[in-house]
Structure formats: C-alpha cells, structure tokens
Design a protein around this ligand. Structure first.
Ligand code: ADP
Ligand code: MG
Ligand code: MG
Length: 211
C-alpha cells in the first residue's frame, strides 16, 4: 500500500517539475520586478532534483514518507535561494506525516499541510501579509482543514483555488521580508513569485489527486 502512494508522490513531483519548467521564464520575470529574478530557475532546479531523488529512492521500495523526505532534501540542496530552503523543509515535514502502511486520507493531507506551514513559518519567520508564500500556504491550509469533510481530493482542489486567489491578491502588498524588501514599492501591482509558484503547484497536485 505504501508503495502505491510512493508511486503517486513520484508522479506528483514529476508533474510539478514539468510545470515549473513551463513557468520558469514567467516566474523569473515576476521575481525580477523587485527581487533578483532567479525564482523560476530555483523552482525548476529544486523540483527537478526532488523528482529525480524521489524516483531513485522509490525504486528501492520505500514508502511515501521516505520518498518525500528524500525529495525535500534534494530540493533544498539543489534549488538555492530562500524558497528552496523553505520548499525542502515543507516537503520533508509533509512527508513525515504520511502513513506508510495504509492509503493517505484527507486528515493526513491536513496534518501534512499544517506541518509544512509550521516548518515554513519556523524557518522563514514571515507573518501573513509580509508578501511571501505564507500568504498562499496559510489560506490553503485553513481551507483544506475546513473542507476536508468533503473528501481529501475535493478539499485539496477547493483549497488550491483559495491559494490561487490569495496569491493573486498579494499584488496589493508590499514585501516586509526577503530579497524584495528594499524595492518594496516597485513590487506593488505584481504578485509575490513564491506565492504564485506555490499556488500553481498546489493546483497541479489537485488535478492528480484521486484520479
Ligand atoms: P531568493 O529570494 O533567495 O532569490 P527565490 O527567488 O527562489 O529566493 O524565492 C523568493 C520567494 O521566497 C519570495 O517570492 C517569497 O515567496 C519567498 N520568501 C522569501 N522570504 C521568505 C520568508 N521569510 N518566508 C516565507 N517565504 C519567503
Ligand atoms: Mg529570487
Ligand atoms: Mg536569489
């Protein structure tokens, strides 16, 4: 059972890596408005390394938790940048909460998402409204918990819609942390790149869940 879920995790990471390659230029442009322009590159490298590491370790017959932990480590090591460290920790923390001996259910997804949010907040210390990926991850997690009674896959898709809207709404904010802070005024009108890529990834995963 764990191996089936592990294979789904590999598939989700492959899909995410493909999506980031497609979005690389656009995310880079978004990050160059007030940041250093490397967000697309970082997400492509991180997700690509994560997918590769996941495939390698899944071939050894381990469960989904071990796959996500290895993926998170590879992401953090290869992506570079703030978002790489945070994504790596988020994947690790999510993975730690996945069961190895039964299929993951909605409650596991909620626990995983909450653990990922906690890890991101502990490491990055960003508050909601600081114009970071927390502004998409926090509403995602809250909606996932609220909607999980409708089933994990459906709740994830609803939560991803909330995250997409929340990421777009960061356009109105001024960055209060991270590399974009010195040019905060310039960033008004452009959504936060990290919140945007996160919402894209969550949406793509939602399409795969329960297929
Ligand atoms: P870097 O800023 O090191 O070049 P990236 O460009 O890959 O890294 O990622 C930038 C994104 O990282 C931002 O758009 C924001 O979403 C996110 N980010 C930056 N600092 C923080 C933080 N302290 N907490 C959460 N997310 C953050
Ligand atoms: Mg950057
Ligand atoms: Mg950088």
């Amino acid at each position: 059972e764990g191996q089936r879920t592990a294979a789904e995790v590999v598939r989700a990471l492959d899909a995410m890596a493909e999506l980031m390659r497609e979005q690389e230029d656009e995310l880079g442009r978004m990050d160059s408005v007030a940041g250093d322009g490397d967000h697309g590159r970082g997400m492509t490298r991180g997700s690509g390394a994560a997918a590769e590491a996941a495939r390698d370790i899944a071939a050894q017959g381990v469960g989904p938790a071990a796959v996500l932990v290895a993926a998170g480590d590879a992401w953090a090591a290869k992506a570079g940048g703030t978002s790489g460290v945070l994504w790596g920790a988020a994947l690790r923390s999510f993975g730690d909460l996945l069961p190895d001996d039964r299929p993951a259910v909605g409650a596991d997804l909620v626990a995983g998402a909450e653990a990922a949010l906690a890890a991101v907040r502990r490491l990055g210390r960003a508050e909601p409204g600081d114009k970071t990926l927390v502004d998409a991850l926090q509403p995602f997690t809250a909606e996932l918990r609220a909607a999980v009674g409708d089933g994990g896959a459906e709740a994830w898709r609803r939560a991803a819609q909330v995250a997409t809207k929340a990421a777009a709404d960061t356009a109105d904010l001024r960055p209060r942390t991270g590399r974009a802070r010195p040019l905060a005024e310039r960033s008004v009108g452009t959504p936060d790149p990290g919140a945007t890529s996160l919402a894209l990834a969550l949406t793509r995963i939602g399409e795969l869940l329960g297929e």
